[in-house]
Design a protein around this ligand. Structure first.
Ligand code: GLU
Length: 476
């Protein structure tokens, strides 16, 4: 949206230009790079639903960018501006992020053109179930073919409706729970999925700050403690990112930008209080009490001085017209596509380091992968080993104490408990984010023609996709 209103190439073209830049650093046959770059298939559907006595027609899409690995994976977005170009761009980003973090899925994305605010809960249910039915019918939902998840405007509630609809239409499918991820835990979801994208962003930032050479490139030093942070979008991703950064890492959240303006306070803003205000008022940050300054034009707060700017809402918010005024040292892309292709070169020219979406927001799909595995294995993570681990750990503590060395109580508490599903999910997510960043930075520092983390990340993805095609007998 941002890019089209600022007279730039479309979102999909912007993603494709990043792809071209990355593929140019590799030795790939042009026919093959063309094949990887383009969307494999898109389904557009119109369907009717009776709303307040009248028939309304809705329009939705599900795009499969790649199916070199199955199922194809990606969220479904409910938004009043979504279009086919956007869905295709997002599907492509899903391909690259899954490949990058070794999540064995192809890339897909869905969109429904709707303003959910205009409908009652029961109407949203009817619309979602009907959309799901249309997708199921054409094999665009299924545990082995295509697995949706939440995205902008959707969450656990919609995923529960989708899995319920799927069950009704495929009664014999023993793996029905794996047809969608991001479900409520009581309906086959996994602990830690709701926070996953935000927590992944924080794990990614922590790993970045563990590498002084990289931190220096961004004209900073030290770790996240005390770093000034601006968050754009306090939705699911922005909220968890900001809250964890504030409560666990001691970062200073100096501004929060929402659809109805922004609040700014260099002394810091309590994220949880803003979140509660948002829920209570049914609005954004407007009228948030206290001594923070309110800006009716939220976009201008993107341009405030800070260490880390985290766009966590939608694509195209940093574009050719405002890129030159961005003063952050790092732009951490929690959203998909928040920096347009042309804005990126301006930022890079000004020494701003971008930690790219394909890497930084891949925590969501990573934990979706864990949920899918849980559903296919029909067992909660940790169920078999948790008590066993606890008993073993207690035995070790006992043996140490028997040798005359008392063990401090806080240590006993920490190691005396076996890993819960949440512990395991967070551990797997942390490991994924650390590994991927190490691969990206290694490539960035090793190859002269790789001039950004995005190019490094995308070129790694492309290589991994090529390897898959190779294994399938399609030779690059
Ligand atoms: N919608 C999220 C994303 O853009 C999550 C997708 C998923 O879990 O499949 O990455």
């Amino acid at each position: 949206m941002g890019s089209s209103t600022h007279n730039e190439v479309s979102f999909k073209d912007s993603v494709n230009l990043s792809f071209d830049k990355a593929v140019a650093t590799l030795d790939v046959a042009p026919g093959m790079s063309n094949y990887i770059r383009n969307v494999n298939n898109v389904y557009q559907v119109r369907f009717p639903v009776k709303i307040k006595g009248n028939i309304e027609t809705f329009i939705g899409w599900r795009a499969v960018h790649s199916d070199h690995k199955l199922p194809a994976k990606g969220g479904i977005r409910f938004a009043p501006h979504v279009n086919q170009d956007e869905v295709e761009a997002l599907a492509a980003l899903m391909t690259y992020k899954c490949a990058l973090v070794d999540v064995p899925f192809g890339g897909s994305k869905g969109g429904l053109l709707i303003n959910p605010q205009q409908y009652e809960r029961f109407e949203m249910e009817a619309i979602t179930r009907r959309f799901a039915y249309e997708l199921i019918q054409k094999d665009y939902i299924g545990s082995g073919t295509n697995v949706p998840a939440p995205d902008m405007g959707t969450g656990q509630r919609e995923m529960a409706w989708i899995v319920g609809t799927y069950m009704a239409h495929k009664p014999g499918d023993i793996n029905h729970l794996a047809c969608v991820t991001g479900k409520p835990v009581t309906m086959g979801g996994i602990a830690g999925r709701v926070e996953a994208t935000g927590r992944g962003v924080v794990f990614g930032l922590r790993e970045f700050f563990r590498h002084p050479e990289d931190v220096k490139r961004a004209r900073m030093e030290g770790n996240l403690e005390g770093k000034s942070v601006i968050i754009q979008g306090l939705g699911n991703v922005g909220y968890h990112t900001a809250k964890i950064l504030q409560e666990e890492d001691g970062a200073n959240i100096i501004a929060i930008i929402e659809f109805d303006g922004a609040i700014y306070n260099p002394k810091g803003i309590n994220v949880e209080e803003v979140f509660l205000h948002k829920i209570a008022s049914g609005k954004g940050v407007k009228d948030f009490p206290g001594d923070s300054q309110f800006f009716a034009n939220g976009a201008e707060v993107l341009e405030k001085e800070c260490d880390i700017l985290i766009p966590a809402a939608m694509e195209g918010v940093i574009h050719k017209d405002n890129a030159d005024r961005i003063k952050a040292k790092v732009v951490a892309e929690a959203a998909n596509g928040p920096v347009t292709f042309s804005a990126e070169s301006t930022l890079e020219g000004n020494g701003v380091v971008i930690i790219p979406d394909v890497y930084l927001n891949s925590g969501g799909v990573t934990v979706s992968y864990f949920e899918w595995i849980k559903n296919l294995s029909h067992i909660r993570f940790g169920r078999m080993q948790r008590r066993y681990e606890e008993t073993q750990n207690k035995l070790i503590i006992k043996a140490i104490e028997a040798s005359g060395h008392p063990v401090a109580k806080d240590i006993v508490d920490k190691i005396g408990h076996g890993a819960s599903e949440l512990d395991l999910v967070r551990s797997g997510l942390d490991d994924t984010m650390c590994n991927a960043f190490q691969q990206i930075r290694e490539r960035y520092w090793a190859k002269e023609n790789v001039t950004s983390y995005r190019t490094a990340a995308m070129s790694l993805s492309i290589e991994k996709i090529l390897n898959s095609y190779n294994a399938l007998g399609i030779y690059p």
